[in-house]
Ligand binder design. Structure first.
Ligand SMILES: CC(=O)N[C@H]1[C@@H](OP(=O)(O)OP(=O)(O)OC[C@H]2O[C@@H](n3ccc(=O)[nH]c3=O)[C@H](O)[C@@H]2O)O[C@H](CO)[C@@H](O)[C@@H]1O
Ligand SMILES: C=C(OP(=O)(O)O)C(=O)O
Length: 428
C-alpha cells in the first residue's frame, strides 16, 4: 500500500488547474457503450476510478485510446460480453453504471455488488426500482443478473434522489420504446453532464437540472465529442486546504456556479473567495472565525441532495472547522458511517464530539499534531491530508489508493503549491 509522508505547518498556495469531475467522467464512460460510434471525452481526470472504468469498458468490447492528457476516444462497435469482471467491479462504486447501458444495448447484464467508499450501506434498491420499471427482470444470488426482452418507457418515481440510480435510469430510458418520466431524480452537475452528453448523441432529454426528467426514447444514438465539467469536490477540497494553511491560491478552469451552497457553508467558517470567470481566488490569511447563526447560536453545516451541500465535502469541511475559532455542528444526513474517521482527527488533537454516527460538534481552533493514519475512503483520506498539512510535525498516511481514486496527481500538485509531501518516501 502506498503512503504519503507529510511535514505540516507550511502555507499551501499558488496556482492550479481544476481537474475534470470524477463523478461525471464515470457515467459518461459508461454511456459510451450506448452507441457503436466513436465517443471523444474531454477533461477526463487521471484518477484510479477512471482507469478501472475504462478497463471494464475494454473488457466489454470497447476500444479505448488516449489522445492526450484528459482526452479519450471510446468506440464500442460490438459488445463482446455483458458480464462485468468481479474484481474490477468490486473496486469502484461506478461499475454499477454499466447496468443501464448494457441492458439498453444487449438486453442483459451480470455484475457483482459494486465497491466504492465504505461510508454507509450504499443501497442499490433505487437502481432496481428504475430498471425493473422499464422492463428489466432482476435475479439476485450474490451476483445481479438483469435481462430484458425490450425496455419500454415508464413513469418512474424514485424512492430517493439517488445519483447513480438516476444515471442508470436515464441510460436505460434513452433507447427504450416511448417516453420515460423520472421523478425525484438527482440533479447534481454530473447528472446534468450525462444528460447533456446523451443529448449531443441524439437523445431527447428535457428537465435537465431539475428533479423531474423527461426522456423520449430514440432508436439509435450517434457518436459525440463532449467535455465534462470541473470537479467541484476537488475544488472545495483545495479551497479548504488553502484556507486552513493560510495560503493564497488560484484555481483555474473551475466551475464557480457549482459552488454556491459550498460557498454559503464555508462562509459560516469565515472563509471567502473571489471569482473571475472560471478562476477562483482564495486570499491568504483569512480570519477563520465561525459566524454564528442569529442570536449567537451555533451554526450547522448539513449535506443534502443537490443543490444542497455536497455529501462528499462533509469530511473536508469537518477538518476545516477544527482550524476555525468557534463551535460548529456538522450533520452528515446522507451516509450512515462517513463520520467515524473523526476519531483519527481527535487522535491528532482535534476537539470533536461525535454525538452519533451522523453529527459531530467541532470546537476550534485546534493545534494538531502529526500522526500515523490510514485512509478509509476518498474524502476522509483527503481530510487526513489537510489535517497533516495543518499539523505540527510529520504525518504518515497509508492506503493512499483510497485518496487517489478521486484526486488527480495529488502529491505532485500539493508539492507544486509548497507542501512538504512525499509519496512512498520521507518528506524532506
Ligand atoms: C460514483 C458516484 O457518482 N458516487 C457518488 C454518488 O453515489 P451513489 O449514487 O451511490 O449515492 P446515492 O445518491 O445513491 O446516495 C447517497 C447516500 O444518500 C442517501 N440518500 C440519497 C438520496 C436521498 O434523497 N436521500 C438519502 O438519504 C442514500 O441512501 C445513500 O446513503 O452520489 C453520492 C451522493 O452525492 C456521492 O457521495 C458519491 O460520490
Ligand atoms: C463516495 C465517493 O465515491 P464513490 O461513490 O465512487 O465511492 C466520492 O467520490 O466521495
Amino acid at each position: 500500500m502506498s503512503t504519503y509522508t507529510i511535514d505540516g505547518s507550511y502555507p499551501i498556495g499558488g496556482r492550479i488547474t481544476a481537474s475534470g469531475n470524477k463523478n461525471a467522467a464515470l457515467p459518461c464512460i459508461a454511456a459510451s457503450l450506448l452507441t457503436e460510434e466513436e465517443i471523444v471525452l474531454h477533461n477526463i481526470p487521471d484518477i484510479e476510478d477512471v482507469s478501472v472504468m475504462l478497463e471494464i469498458a475494454e473488457k466489454l468490447g470497447a476500444t479505448v485510446t488516449q489522445e492526450k492528457r484528459g482526452v479519450y476516444h471510446i468506440k464500442a462497435s460490438d459488445i463482446v460480453s455483458s458480464e462485468i469482471p468481479s474484481d474490477m467491479a468490486k473496486s469502484i462504486r461506478a461499475s454499477i453504471l454499466f447496468a443501464g447501458p448494457l441492458l439498453a444495448r444487449t438486453g442483459k447484464v451480470q455484475l457483482p455488488p459494486p465497491g466504492g467508499d465504505v461510508i454507509g450501506r450504499r443501497r442499490l434498491d433505487s437502481h432496481f426500482l428504475a430498471l425493473s420499471a422499464l422492463g428489466g427482470r432482476i435475479e439476485v444470488d450474490g451476483m445481479f443478473r438483469i435481462t430484458a426482452n425490450k425496455l419500454v418507457g415508464e413513469d418512474i418515481f424514485l424512492d430517493e434522489a439517488s445519483v447513480t440510480a438516476t444515471e442508470n435510469a436515464i441510460m436505460a430510458a434513452v433507447l427504450a420504446d416511448g417516453e420515460t418520466i423520472i421523478s425525484n431524480a438527482a440533479s447534481e452537475p454530473h447528472v446534468q453532464d450525462l444528460c447533456n452528453m446523451l443529448n449531443t448523441m441524439g437523445a431527447n432529454i428535457t428537465g435537465i437540472g431539475s428533479n423531474i426528467l423527461y426522456v423520449k426514447g430514440v432508436k439509435k444514438l450517434q457518436g459525440t465529442n463532449f467535455r465534462i465539467g470541473a470537479d467541484f469536490m476537488e475544488t472545495g477540497s483545495y479551497i479548504g486546504l488553502a484556507a486552513v494553511t493560510r495560503g493564497d491560491l488560484e484555481i483555474e478552469e473551475a466551475d464557480p456556479k457549482h459552488l454556491r451552497m459550498t460557498r454559503l457553508a464555508f462562509a459560516k467558517l469565515g472563509i471567502h473567495w473571489e471569482t473571475d470567470g472560471s478562476t477562483i481566488h482564495i486570499p491568504g490569511g483569512q480570519s477563520l472565525k465561525v459566524v454564528p447563526d442569529l442570536g449567537g447560536m451555533i451554526p450547522k453545516i448539513d449535506d443534502a441532495p443537490w443543490p444542497g451541500f455536497p455529501a462528499d465535502l462533509t469530511s473536508i469541511i469537518t477538518v476545516v472547522a477544527t482550524q476555525v475559532e468557534g463551535t460548529t455542528l456538522i450533520h452528515e444526513k446522507m451516509f450512515e458511517s462517513r463520520m467515524f474517521f473523526v476519531d483519527k482527527l481527535i487522535g491528532m488533537g482535534a476537539r470533536i464530539i461525535l454525538c452519533d454516527p451522523h453529527r459531530a460538534v467541532v470546537s476550534g481552533p485546534c493545534r494538531l499534531r502529526g500522526g500515523e493514519l490510514v485512509s478509509p475512503d476518498v474524502r476522509a483520506g483527503m481530510a487526513m491530508v489537510i489535517a497533516a498539512l495543518c499539523a505540527e510535525g510529520k504525518s504518515i498516511i497509508h492506503n493512499v489508493y483510497q485518496i487517489e481514486r478521486g484526486y488527480e496527481k495529488l502529491a505532485e500538485r500539493l508539492k507544486s503549491l509548497g507542501a512538504r509531501i512525499e509519496r512512498d518516501g520521507a518528506a524532506d
